[in-house]
Design a protein around this ligand. Structure first.
Ligand code: COI
Length: 351
């Protein structure tokens, strides 16, 4: 049964094309769908064909490394419904590759690229009616790789579970204009030699304290600084960051503490295509405060303008709205995803 805050209607009314959802009310919250994908494999062996099963709770050993030691990775990608009713996903191969990189770092057995993409397609197909109508949201797809077999000592799990669930979603940040960011000078998200550069489950809970503190002070999100010097910007709780000054678009480099976002990579390419010089380099907090424009990118977030940044007692306001580069890049990206313009890059995969 859906929680009371869910946009699901409580009647049993259904139709074939669409699930029973109040699409206009979607935020970034779980709406339970019909099916999920599950595959298991022993450590060092390969995943074989998984199964589409009814969406629901899973059974897992209390002694599994995911529960005890956080041996787990997740991914995020989306399915889109176009005006001519095609259903497509965005660059799933990139998520598959990132899961493989993360699996290497956490000593896990990952699915192959083909298995990953095939499993995503099967999950979307089984839940087709949960892909929102064009312009009313997207189906957010969440692949998980979990160390699910039992081992008491600190060691790789003897068994892995590859699971994919999904949920129709709307906007991640519920602010109509830009984000108001707080630069965190107390907590850090990642450190050199750690797991900040892979999509480890363990990267996310530690940022919640900082996020809640910032939200209770009226901010929309937090921007973290590098742990080594405290001078360079890294990323937000769940997305990458870019700054714009003149013709130069800069974003911190993926050298171990920054998540290599698929949207980050795609937006860098699109900005380059329209004549901007795109630089991946250390960006100091001083440069951030002097930028003309700041924006964030991520699968959940898409492309979101930053309206203000606050660092200690200094608050800076940036360009947003029609004149902003982020507005242009947002439409360039979503026009490709929604099939409004031709996908000349080969990024979209039809289901
Ligand atoms: C995504 O954008 O897919 C993410 O992983 C962010 C998530 C933590 C909400």
């Amino acid at each position: 049964m859906a929680p009371s805050s869910s946009p699901l209607r409580t009647t049993s009314e259904t139709d074939e094309k669409y699930a029973n959802v109040k699409w206009e009310e979607l935020g970034f919250a779980l709406t339970p769908i019909d099916y999920m994908y599950v595959a298991k494999c022993r450590q060092g062996e390969s995943f074989t064909q998984g199964k589409i099963v009814p969406y629901g709770d899973i059974s897992i050993s209390p002694c599994s490394p995911i529960l005890n030691y956080g041996q787990g990775l997740f991914e995020g990608l989306k399915a889109y419904r176009t005006e001519d009713d095609r259903i497509r996903i965005f660059r799933p191969d990139q998520n598959a590759l990132r899961m493989q990189t993360g699996a290497e770092r956490l000593c896990m057995t990952p699915p192959t690229l083909e298995q990953f993409v095939e499993a995503v397609k099967q999950t979307v197909l089984a839940n087709k009616k949960w892909v929102p109508p064009p312009g009313k949201g997207t189906l957010y797809i969440r692949p998980l790789l979990l160390g699910s077999g039992a081992t008491l000592g600190v060691a790789p799990a003897p068994e892995y579970t590859f699971l994919i669930y999904a949920s129709p979603v709307g906007d991640y940040h519920k602010v109509s204009s830009g984000l108001n960011l707080k630069v965190d000078h107390k907590y850090h998200r990642a450190h050199s030699g750690g797991t900040g550069g892979v999509k480890s489950c363990t990267n996310y809970s530690p940022v919640v304290k900082s996020l809640l503190e910032a939200k209770s002070a009226g901010f929309s999100d937090v921007l973290f600084l590098d742990a080594a010097t405290g001078r360079n910007i890294e990323e937000l709780t769940a997305c990458n960051i870019f700054i714009v000054k003149g013709n130069i678009v800069s974003t911190p480099p993926t050298s171990g503490t920054i998540l290599p976002g698929v949207t980050r990579k795609s937006i860098s390419e699109l900005a380059h295509d329209i004549g901007y010089q795109v630089e991946e380099r250390d960006v100091s907090v001083d440069e951030l405060l002097e930028a003309e424009e700041v924006f964030c990118t991520g699968t959940a977030v898409v492309v979101k303008a930053v309206e203000t940044v606050t660092f200690h007692d200094k608050k800076v306001k940036y360009r947003t709205g029609e004149a902003a580069l982020s507005t242009k890049l947002h439409s360039m990206l979503t026009n490709i995803q929604m099939g409004v313009v031709e996908d000349k890059k080969g990024w979209m995969v039809d289901i």
